[in-house]
Design a protein around this ligand. Sequence first.
Ligand code: LMR
Length: 398
Amino acid sequence: MFETIQAAPPDSILGLTDAFKKDPNPNKINLGVGVYKDESGRTPILDSVKRAEAYLLENEASKTYLPINGIPEFISATQSMLFGPDYEIVVSGRAATAQTPGGTGALRVAADFIAAMMPGKRLWMSTPTWPNHPHVFTSAGLETAAYPYFDPETRGVDFEGMLAALKTIPEGDILLLHTCCHNPTGVDLSPEQWAQVAAVVSERNLLPLLDFAYQGFAEGLDADAAGLRLLAESGADMIIASSYSKNFGLYDERVGALTMVTRDADTAAAVLSQIKKRIRANYSNPPAHGGFIVSTVLNDPGLRAQWEGEVTAMRNRIRDMRHLLVETLNEKGVEQDFSFIARQRGMFSYSGLTPEQVAALRDKHSIYIVGSGRINVAGLTAANMDYLCDAIADVLGS
Ligand code: LMR
C-alpha cells in the first residue's frame, strides 16, 4: 500500500532539534526552536507551575473528560489576559474561547472554522512568517496569500509596503497578524501603526486573526496586548490564537486558546457551537493538566504575582542576552553591524545570516539555527556566547 510514498522533508524548526540530538560535538548549541533557557542552559519548570502542580496533585478528584471547549475558569482567565479584566468584550460576553492543544491547535481549529464557515476567503500572511503558518492553513484547505512586512535594508517593518498591500485585500478576507514578538523577525508594529492597520481593517472589512504566542516577552503582559486591544476597541470581529507554551514554560503540555470576538453574545454562542463541532471532529476535547495549571496560577493572587515575576525575569534575561550578543560580536572584531539585534523584541533575532552561513555554523561548529537566519536569543547564555560569536566571526570571514 505504501511503497510509493515519498519521505517528507524534516520540519524546518523541530527537525533541527532531531539533528542537534544526534550531534556528538560537546560544544553544540541549539538556537533553533523557540524554547527559553535559563543562565545554566536549562529549560526550567517555573516555581509557580510547580506549586500549582503540587496543589493539583493533592486536590484533583477526577480525570473525566473536560467540556469540548475546556475548563471554564481557564476560559475566563484567558479572556482577562487578552483584554484586561474589565474590558467591555469580557463583560458583554461577545467573545467565545476554547482551550486548545497549544497555539498551533488554536490556529488549526480557526483554520477549520474558516474553511467550513467562510468558503472562498483567502488568508493573508506576512512575509516572512512562522514557517508552520502556511502548513496549518493549507492543511485545512485554505488558500493563502502574502503581504510585505520586513525591510532588510532598515531591518524594521516595511510599513509603507505593508499598508499599501493591505489596502488591496478583498473584502472579507482574513489578515494574519502577530500581536507581539513577530516570529521570525522580532520587529513589531508601533501603536500608531496598529491604529493605521485597524483603520484599513475596518475600511476593507477584513477579519484579523491574531497569533499571540509571546505575551509578556516584549514589554510586559498588558503592554504586549496593546495592538490586540486597539483592534478590539475599533469594534472589529477577530480571531485570536494565544499560547501558554512560552510564558508559562508549558511547551509539552500543549496549552493554548482560541478566542472568537463577535458583535454580540448571541453571535458568540453560535460561533462557539461551530468551533466545538470542529474540535469534536478533530481531538474531541483538550488535555486537562496544562489548562488546570494555568487556571490555578491565574486565579490565585499569590501564584499569579509569583508567575508575573517569573515572566519578567525571563523577559529581562532575553534582553540582556541581546545586548551581550551585540557587545561580544563587537569584541570579536566582527565589522558587520549587528546593533539591530538589541532593538528586536521577543525570543528571536532575524540575524541576516545567509543560508550558506547558517549551514557553515551547523556543519563546522554544531550551532543550529533556522535556515532563514533566525536565532533563538533565549537559548543564549553567558557561557555559550564566546563560542557562538567566534563561530559567527568565522563564517562571516572576519
Ligand atoms: C518556534 O517558532 O520555534 C516555536 O513557535 C515552536 C514551534 O512550534 O515552531
